[in-house]
Design a protein around this ligand. Structure first.
Ligand code: DAH
Length: 439
């Protein structure tokens, strides 16, 4: 889910996604207001009301909320790091992509994947968007927590808004600073040797995961090793208890070679939990061009990014990502700031299914357009949308799609009339906004 889904897309998506539907010139407003500011709209504008309504929530700053507690636990683990948590979610594509050396044709830039206010303004899709500005302040060790936004599918572990934490450490690229980092690494190594953790490591540097040309190989190795130990020690602190780590059954952490446009070498880290490997974070040695842009060309270092919901769902046993947004006291009152406890599900009301089949309007409709329409109508009453059938008519070449929508509330039973009403509105919005033809 969340942060690492992108990597998977980088690697596996061969064809660029189709552009989102063209905005209907007649109905679209010329300006929109986002977080109190007025913006001119254009053919990139795709920010929907259900997403805008999330911009001011800042769950990571709500004391007692599991996302905020997890943030505090991680901040406490890195006592000498500066903390940032109030940077605006509205950024430029330059900040989100170019400042991190994303190629011009990267699929993450598509408006089918990201929320744009207009061509020059978007919602950050990851906390890495702030790397250059934070490094530019001269901060060498920092953590940054923020809400991030991505157009995505609908199910129990995907939500178009989620929270990430970015961490970074940079230091002088000179022999004495590097030696200092080695000493820190050795200290961590000794601590972890006495803990119940087993790591499956990967070479720091390989032909497919190289050191950068501007780094000497040894400094790059020292940096990567320090990164690995700092994160192993964080993961041990977060997961050892909940995974029941013991001498006989230690916590298992696995390092895998990865690719990100803004690090080299790059890695992904997984934790073994209840019989499965879970992707937890992405990280690597920061691309020198990022540091050059920030005006700290004489430094080098590492960065990581992790998704807070995914980890919080494990630590607090929260079964559905929508619950984080609940304002129901039966959810919120179960938590105390700074403490991890097991969430006790309050009554689970029955789901209602509705199928919908339609002809797509032409080539310019993306599945994410469907998901945004359903969310705008049903909000958090929608639990899941699954595309259960697709075909192309052999004669007319028109594309047909059938989706199954699951409606369910956490707080009450939905009666049939309400679900029918929601479904009717989904259908009319699909017709009006996307131009589909219901079958
Ligand atoms: N920004 C990446 C994402 O959202 C995660 C990430 C990968 C952050 C590598 C980093 C990094 O700082 O070095 O998927």
């Amino acid at each position: 889910m969340t942060s690492l889904l992108w990597r998977i897309r980088y690697l596996h998506r061969r064809t660029p996604t189709l552009p989102a539907r063209r905005r209907q010139a007649t109905s679209a407003p010329l300006h929109i207001r986002v977080l109190g500011e007025k913006y001119t709209t254009d053919d990139y504008t795709n920010l929907s009301p259900s997403i805008s309504s999330k911009l001011s929530k800042r769950l990571h700053a709500q004391k007692g909320h599991p996302i905020s507690t997890l943030r505090t636990l991680i901040e406490n683990h890195f006592p000498d790091f500066a903390h940032f948590s109030s940077l605006s979610p509205i950024v430029t594509p330059y900040q989100n992509f170019d400042s991190l050396s994303f190629p011009a044709d990267h699929p993450g830039r598509a408006k089918t994947d990201s929320y744009y206010i207009n061509r020059n303004t978007m919602l950050r899709t990851h906390t890495s968007a702030h790397e250059v500005e934070v490094f530019a302040k001269g901060t060498e060790r920092w953590l940054l927590t923020a809400d991030v936004y991505r157009r995505d599918e609908i199910d129990a572990s995907h939500y178009p808004v989620f929270h990430q934490m970015e961490g970074a450490k940079i230091f002088g690229n000179d022999p004495s600073s590097i030696e200092q980092i080695e000493k820190e690494t050795q200290r961590l190594e000794r601590q972890l040797a006495a803990s119940n953790i087993v790591t499956e490591d990967v070479q720091h540097i390989s032909q497919t995961n190289p050191a950068q040309t501007s780094h000497n190989v040894r400094s790059s190795e020292v940096t990567a090793k320090n990164l690995k130990l700092c994160l192993n020690s964080l993961l041990y602190e977060l997961f050892a208890d909940v995974a029941g780590a013991s001498e006989d059954d230690p916590l298992r952490v696995r390092w895998i070679e990865a690719y990100f446009p803004f690090t080299s070498p790059s890695y992904e880290v997984e934790v073994f939990f209840r019989g499965k490997w879970l992707e937890i974070l992405g990280c690597g040695v920061v691309l020198q061009s990022t540091l050059d842009r920030a005006g700290v060309a004489n430094k080098m270092g590492w960065a990581f990014g992790l998704g807070l919901e995914r980890i919080a769902m494990i630590l607090f046993s929260i079964p559905d990502i929508r619950l984080f947004w609940s304002e129901d006291p039966r959810f919120l009152s179960q938590f105390t700031h700074g403490k991890i406890n097991t969430f006790k599900p309050y009554s689970k009301y029955p789901p209602s299914y509705r199928d919908i089949s339609f002809w797509k309007p032409g080539r310019d409709m993306h599945d994410n357009d469907l998901y945004d329409v359903v969310r705008d109508v049903a909000g958090d009453l929608v639990e899941d949308v699954t595309i259960i059938d697709r075909f192309t008519h052999p004669k007319t070449q028109r594309d047909s799609l059938t989706a199954r929508v699951v409606y369910r509330s956490f707080d009450r039973s939905l009666v049939n009339e309400e679900v029918n009403g929601l479904q009717d509105r989904v259908v009319s919005h699909l017709k009006e906004q996307l131009g589909v033809e219901i079958r």
